[in-house]
Design a protein around this ligand. Structure first.
Ligand code: SAM
Length: 301
């Protein structure tokens, strides 16, 4: 169960979810037709030793017709879609001249190392102290492709203060990312996070995130999903990590009301546009997820 000030290492609680997503990026990277390459992901996953996630990296996970197989294909395809989408988001922000990047809940995201950042780009990575420490230690001999600054925080607390202390410049436009984060925040903390992002965003800043639109209805479906995830890692009890969606604002409405120009994308289309076929039964589940970007008010009329 979650508590207001719980914290974790990469092999515990919410930390494990970062490991799972990195394993999916590593598996994609091994494919001959990979839609992106994340050469750091496999090292970050294998760094914790043997376990269920190694099976994902090696493509050894059961992908049969049962609930677990279908779930695996859904989460796997969604992880690939969101990586492609947010990579393109950062490329576009860089092309627009943005040189300040903040990755909220960076987990084992290796974009600071693997994307072609223009000279002068600073990438802030915010996550729990032990998660950041694991990544820094595992990639210690690798040079990031931008100036990378770690900000160890709890995103339910006063993280803007820590961000400023690490040299964040609120007068420069920023490209923000909250990938795979929102469900791990209570509804009120999500709103506070959005308020902080808006307050720290110079005109022309951008925000990107993904939104999960609730679990498949029934209690039974939720239980099956939890059981399927536990086949991948017995320690990962997903349902107990997510906060309730009750009272949670829809990020599209929140940013639109704050004057941002909001766009959204269908993760299935992100893949099919890149030539990756998505089976119908997987497409239906993937569409519970929405990819969103927004551009902050420019102040011009
Ligand atoms: N964004 C990364 C990615 O897509 O690969 C990681 C996503 S992982 C599903 C969730 C991440 O959110 C974990 O790295 C976890 O440590 C981080 N996280 C969740 N709640 C947090 C909090 N309150 N404070 C700091 N980090 C948090």
């Amino acid at each position: 169960m979650r508590t207001d000030d719980d914290s974790w290492d990469i092999t515990e609680s919410v930390g494990v979810t970062a490991l799972g997503i990195a394993a999916l990026r590593a598996a994609e990277t091994r494919r001959p037709d990979a839609l992106f390459r994340d050469p750091y992901a496999e090292r970050l996953v294998t760094g914790v030793g043997e376990g269920g996630w190694q099976g994902i990296v090696r493509g050894q996970v059961d992908s049969g017709d049962d609930r677990a197989g279908r779930l695996y294909r859904t989460i796997g395809n969604f992880a690939i879609a969101r990586t492609c989408y947010f990579d393109a988001y950062f490329e576009s922000a860089a092309a627009q001249g943005i040189r300040q990047v903040v990755i909220l809940a960076s987990g084992l995201d290796a974009r600071a190392y693997r994307l072609a950042w223009p000279p002068g780009t600073v990438v802030f990575e915010l996550d729990q102290p032990k998660v950041l420490a694991y990544k820094a230690a595992t990639l210690a001999d690798m040079a990031p492709a931008a100036e990378r600054r770690e900000v160890a925080v709890d995103l339910r607390q006063d993280w803007p203060e820590a961000l400023r202390r690490n040299g964040f410049d609120a007068s420069a436009p920023t490209a923000w990312l909250a990938e795979g984060l929102l469900r791990y925040l209570p509804a009120a903390a999500q709103d506070r996070l959005f308020e902080a992002v808006a307050a720290l965003s110079a005109p022309g800043s951008r925000m990107a995130l993904n939104i999960g639109r609730g679990e498949p209805g029934s209690e039974q479906a939720r239980r099956q999903r939890a059981e399927a995830v536990q086949q991948l890692d017995p320690g990962l009890v997903l349902n107990s990590l997510w906060y309730s969606d009750e009272g949670r604002s829809d990020p599209r409405d929140w940013f639109a009301a704050a004057g941002w120009v909001v766009a959204q994308a269908d993760p299935v289309a992100v893949l099919t546009e890149r030539g990756r076929a998505v089976p119908d039964e997987v497409a239906e589940d993937m569409r519970r997820q929405i990819l969103m970007t927004a551009i902050s008010p420019t102040g011009e009329r």
